[in-house]
Design a protein around this ligand. Structure first.
Ligand SMILES: Cc1ncc(COP(=O)(O)O)c(C=O)c1O
Length: 373
């Protein structure tokens, strides 16, 4: 064919049709919007959201509130903003917030607990990132004037750094019930709550209803380019609107983003099982590689965290070797790596990732044996 002749316009179902050159398992935040999302963005009806006049944002907020069985929802630019607005509303300066020690709100939100809300974290290490009421109860400050008071309990489901783990429902329910009896609110960092719901095969509404506020992200496994929602009572969301504006989160004609978010919310939860199956495939393969430690049974959503200390490589070295083969992944400590599956990586990409990891580990083992001779 003449190279200069115009190519027929191919209407791709989505932008995953072209095989990716790299397999990007760094995070589910790297997903690109589908063709349907891009079309919806181009055609979105918009208005000024600071005046409450963006019909697409209003629709997204209404649908999110309906799906989660809440009075109201607010569209925010990021999960971080959603979490930190919730924390600000629930607490007063000088209070403590109980969370798991690897929680995103504590480690990756720029110390905003302190900076924005004037609070301190009371982090508790918990197996698989899943806190229990007896563990929390011990850390609630006694009600005496000379101790900083506990203002909030925040849970993370799924738990990112613990490997996408999911709260057993009775554990989350007990925490909410007991906290409420003790007069404490409970916030849910549900950045990946749809992954949790897919894993336990229950609607998000059922698994989140006891929380006072819920944040979830459209921009992770659900594939939207930008955006998260914060859910709660009408008065809670009215207050959130004030803080969102104060933080510069009034997005004017943000309906362009909400249009993609609506597709993420309505259509994408149904495909998360594929990501979970791919994560399990990775975990099963990793468990076969000498020097890697992982319990595949614990991989129930789209995040795979594994220990590489037995390989002799640290996470920087392993990720460099993987990158040379076109596979991207992040270390979460010198000894631990994280792989995150999502809609832009298929089973063949996961198989390629396993091969790259296996080759890197085997080559390093051979070099070490040769050096020891
Ligand atoms: C558990 C969890 N909460 C909150 C966030 C924050 O989301 P964002 O990156 O949109 O600020 C993330 C992001 O990775 C996350 O993993």
């Amino acid at each position: 064919m003449n190279r200069t002749s115009p190519q027929p316009a191919i209407e791709r179902d989505d932008n995953r049709a072209a095989p990716p050159l790299t397999v990007d398992l760094r995070s589910d935040t790297v997903t690109k919007p589908t063709a349907e999302m891009r079309r919806a963005m181009a055609e979105a009806e918009v208005g000024d959201d600071v005046y409450g006049e963006d019909p697409t944002i209003n629709h997204l907020e209404q649908r999110a509130a309906e799906i989660f069985g809440r009075e109201a929802a607010i569209f925010v630019p990021s999960g971080t903003m959603g979490n930190q607005i919730a924390i600000k509303i629930h607490t007063r300066p000088g209070q403590e917030i109980i969370c798991e020690s690897r929680a995103h709100i504590f480690n990756y939100e720029m110390a905003m607990l302190a900076h924005f809300s004037g609070c301190m974290a009371r982090p508790i290490p918990a197996e698989d990132g899943v806190l229990t009421w007896p563990e929390i109860k011990k850390q609630i400050a006694p009600k005496t004037y000379y101790r900083a008071q506990t203002g909030l309990i925040s849970l993370e489901n799924t738990h990112n750094m613990a490997g996408g783990t999911v709260y057993p429902q009775r554990v989350a329910d007990e925490i909410c019930d007991q906290a409420h009896d003790a007069g404490l609110p409970v916030h849910l960092d549900g950045a990946r709550i749809f992954n949790a719901a897919a894993a336990v095969k229950r609607p998000v509404k059922e698994i989140t209803l006891k929380f006072d506020s819920v944040m979830f992200c459209l921009s992770k496994g659900l594939g939207a380019p930008v955006g998260s929602l914060l859910l709660g009572s009408r008065s809670f969301i009215d207050q959130a609107r004030v803080y969102r504006k104060a933080l510069g989160g009034g997005m004017r004609q943000g309906g362009i983003l909400a249009a993609a978010g609506l597709i993420a919310l309505e259509k994408m939860p149904a495909r998360l099982r594929d990501d979970h199956d791919n994560a399990r495939f990775l975990a099963d393969g990793l468990a076969q590689i000498a020097g890697i430690r992982i319990d595949p049974a614990k991989v129930v959503t789209n995040i795979v965290v594994f220990d590489i200390s037995g390989t002799g490589l640290n996470s920087v070295e392993l990720s460099q070797r993987m990158a040379e083969e076109g596979v991207l992944a992040n270390g979460i400590s010198p000894e631990a790596m994280r792989l995150v599956t999502h809609m832009d990586v298929d089973r063949a990409g996961c198989a390629r990732a396993l091969q790259a990891i296996k080759r890197a580990c085997e080559r390093h083992a051979t070099l070490r044996r040769t050096a020891q001779r």
